[in-house]
Design a binder for this molecule. Sequence first.
Ligand SMILES: [Zn+2]
Length: 107
Amino acid sequence: MHRNRIEYGKPTTSRLPSNWRDRLPDAGTYYAAHVVKLGKPNDKGWAACRCPFHNDKNPSASANLSTGGFKCHVAGCEATHDMIGFHMQLRNLAFADAVRELIEGAR
Ligand SMILES: [Zn+2]
């Protein structure tokens, strides 16, 4: 029995800084840079935009520029995320790597 066997597939990068939640970008700034056809937010912060997770011809998703939430309204896609989850799916990243990109300002 190998007590210290190597586990492949685990992230080898360093831990996230403890204050990473405070360093996430502003949701409005983030979505303005990462979605197409971002509209004006309503009084709850939701703004229409094109969904990057299906072939969206018209703005059929909403991003919340206050909370960072994301919701696609098209049946069969229905992508629902917070900002980190959105970035994970958009860039095909694991959670910690998505957070690291977000706080480092990757575009
Ligand atoms: Zn969609």
